[in-house]
Design a protein around this ligand. Structure first.
Ligand SMILES: Nc1ncnc2c1ncn2[C@@H]1O[C@H](COP(=O)(O)OP(=O)(O)OP(=O)(O)O)[C@@H](O)[C@H]1O
Length: 290
């Protein structure tokens, strides 16, 4: 990873950070959606970003993943070897290449393609590279067949990990909602990210599906899913407090565009500012957390 800057080099002592968001600000005309928000995500951990509706969570996500160019602030991605990439203002495809994958509040699968094909499309970069971007194929040097076999193997491993192997040949659009959400996670994981960003992965799931999702995310964190062997840091926006409190290592709370709390699930749950922010929200998920 390149583009380290001297003032970006020093992480806070005692934490192995994968992501640092520093004084992030995002304005939409006269609306200050995110106001000097700073937080960090630890490597190999699950960090949840929570807050009432309109708090600015998705806007922070969109800045991290390159959908928005922030008005001000820095977003630093640190690889395990100590390299630092500044993400702010970079286009989404370069952020993806740096190792950040994301899912969306509303699934964005290719509905007419099969589940397996959706996972192969996610691997188009290594597959194209294996053809020598076409030139190798013309010269008969293509490593494509081997790369294609590896891509199919990886896709099938993630279909298995997400309980979708028996639906591999079904069109993604024909899958039940919960299965589509899992397929989105599988698709993101097929890009081999170092940071997986999930926007409300439990939205619309029933309690059993939420339990399964929690188990899947813990397995991804710990490198136990799909035989990956190495863990993956996760940044999660989630309204389902049952899921958040069950699986998060750290919770960051936003309200009206500002950070109001940051700590362990237990610390955040007991924080009067957080309780006040959620009062009157009527979020049934809060009851799960009690
Ligand atoms: N593209 C945009 N243009 C103008 N305003 C926007 C845009 N995106 C978000 N906003 C505004 O920014 C504020 C924060 O929105 P955001 O979607 O980030 O909140 P959120 O915490 O993700 O909310 P929710 O939990 O409801 O998804 C809201 O007032 C929203 O209306």
């Amino acid at each position: 990873m390149a583009e380290a800057r001297a003032d970006a080099a020093a992480p806070p002592a005692g934490r192995d950070l994968i992501l640092e968001v520093r004084e992030l600000t995002m304005r939409f005309g006269g609306l200050l959606a995110v106001d000097q928000v700073s937080f960090a995500a630890d490597r190999g951990r699950i960090t949840a970003l929570i807050g009432p509706n309109g708090a600015g969570k998705t806007t922070v996500f969109n800045c991290i993943t390159g959908f928005y160019r922030p008005t001000a602030g820095a977003i630093l991605l640190r690889d395990a070897a100590g390299g630092v990439a500044e993400l702010q203002g970079r286009p989404g495809h370069r952020i993806a290449r740096a190792g950040v994958a994301r899912t969306f509040q509303n699934t964005r699968l290719f509905p007419g393609m099969t589940a397996l094909e959706n996972l192969l499309v996610a691997q188009h970069v290594p597959l194209m590279a294996a053809t020598g971007f076409g030139i190798g194929a013309v010269l008969g040097l293509s490593r494509y067949p081997r790369a294609e076999r590896a891509a199919i193997e990886k896709a099938r491993a993630w279909l298995d990990a997400t309980g979708l192997l028996d639906r591999a040949d079904d069109p993604a659009g024909a899958l039940p909602y919960g299965a589509q959400r899992r397929l989105e996670i599988a698709r993101a994981m097929c890009t081999e990210p170092i940071l997986l960003c999930l926007d409300e992965p439990a939205a619309g799931l029933n309690p059993r599906e939420s339990e399964e999702l929690s188990a899947l995310l813990l397995a991804i964190r710990d490198g136990q899913a799909a035989g990956r062997g190495r863990g993956c840091s996760i940044l999660l926006i989630e309204h389902d407090m049952g899921v958040v409190m069950r699986i998060s290592d750290r919770v960051v709370v936003l309200d009206h565009g500002r950070k109001i709390a940051d700590g362990t699930p237990e610390q955040v749950r007991a924080d009067p500012k957080v309780i006040a922010a959620y009062l009157g929200e009527g979020d049934e998920g809060e009851e799960d957390a009690a």
